[in-house]
Design a protein around this ligand. Structure first.
Ligand code: NAP
Length: 251
């Protein structure tokens, strides 16, 4: 039986390439897209080069209602998930976008994971697409200490990120994107423990600096290389790790 994956932000960039590879490998691919038309265009493009089965799932990771509707539609279709790739992300420019950056890059993966959890098969994988900028060394001392604490709970992590947004990122002076991705890595560690009893593996994977709309033309890595790095999370046997090209990186 074919395996099924949901990829958020699957309509372009790294997410679209992850969709292409998995469809080529005969996965059933649910291409998450906040804009249905963009999702349909991506699926049409991908169908030209793959034999896999692809379907659009309208999904805005910043919206509880959107995630709930998507989960309900999958449930109605009796769809079970073998993998979720939390790929959708934005690189907020500077400090103006604190709320949106944290909402999309941290709360988005959390919201999608919790929303899709009842649909995940035991033994499934969750891949949180992170960034080298989320390495703790890129944060202020206070955030480094809080996020590295092995006793950090999911509730405390959520409260920390809410405080960061409420203080408009002034709290500690770290860049919102870096804080979001470092917090996503901490979330990976926490969810890996929470979901171990269902053998659900949760890992963060970093694509490296990639030539997408986000990464720009000067990035050293192709989309294929970035996606290949992300794909290690989909087939991972380990859990709770932060990986680039399948190897653990510091976080
Ligand atoms: P991209 O080309 O800018 O694509 C971003 C994707 O995320 C698009 O599909 C976009 O949808 C989607 N998205 C944004 N906000 C969303 C929302 N609220 N709900 C649903 N989808 C949303 O970026 P990329 O380079 O492929 O990046 C993919 C992931 O890799 C991100 O998590 C990013 O942080 C991470 N990353 C990228 C690099 C790099 O160098 N490119 C480096 C490290 C990590 P629309 O088309 O509707 O905007």
């Amino acid at each position: 039986m074919a395996k099924t994956v949901l990829i958020t932000g699957g309509n372009r960039g790294i997410g679209q390439e992850v969709a292409r590879v998995l469809a080529t490998e005969q996965w059933d691919v649910l291409v998450g897209s906040r804009d249905r038309a963009k999702g349909e265009s991506a699926v049409a493009r991908l169908r030209k080069t793959t034999a896999g089965r692809l379907k659009v799932v309208e999904l805005d990771v910043t919206s509880d209602a959107s995630v709930a509707t998507a989960a309900q539609k999958l449930r109605d279709g009796a769809i079970k998930l073998d993998a979720v790739v939390n790929n959708a992300g934005i690189y907020g420019e500077g400090r103006g976008d604190v709320g949106k950056t944290i909402e999309t890059n941290f709360f988005g993966p959390l919201r999608v994971t919790l929303g899709m959890l009842p649909l995940l098969r035991d033994g499934a994988t969750i891949t949180n697409v992170t960034s080298g900028l989320g390495e703790l060394a890129n944060l202020d001392r206070a955030h480094q200490k809080l996020l590295a604490d092995p006793a950090l709970t999911r509730e405390a992590l959520v409260a920390l990120l809410q405080d960061f947004v409420e203080s408009d990122g002034r709290d500690g002076g770290a860049e919102p994107y870096n804080v979001a991705k470092a917090a996503l890595n901490a979330l990976t560690r926490i969810l890996a423990i929470e979901l171990a009893d269902r053998d659900i593996k949760v890992n963060s994977t970093c694509p490296g600096w990639v030539r997408t709309d986000m990464g720009g033309r000067d990035a050293p890595r192709s989309i294929e290389e970035g996606a290949a790095s992300v794909l290690f999370g989909v087939t991972a046997r380990q859990t709770g790790a932060v990986l680039r090209d399948g190897k653990r990186i510091p976080f």
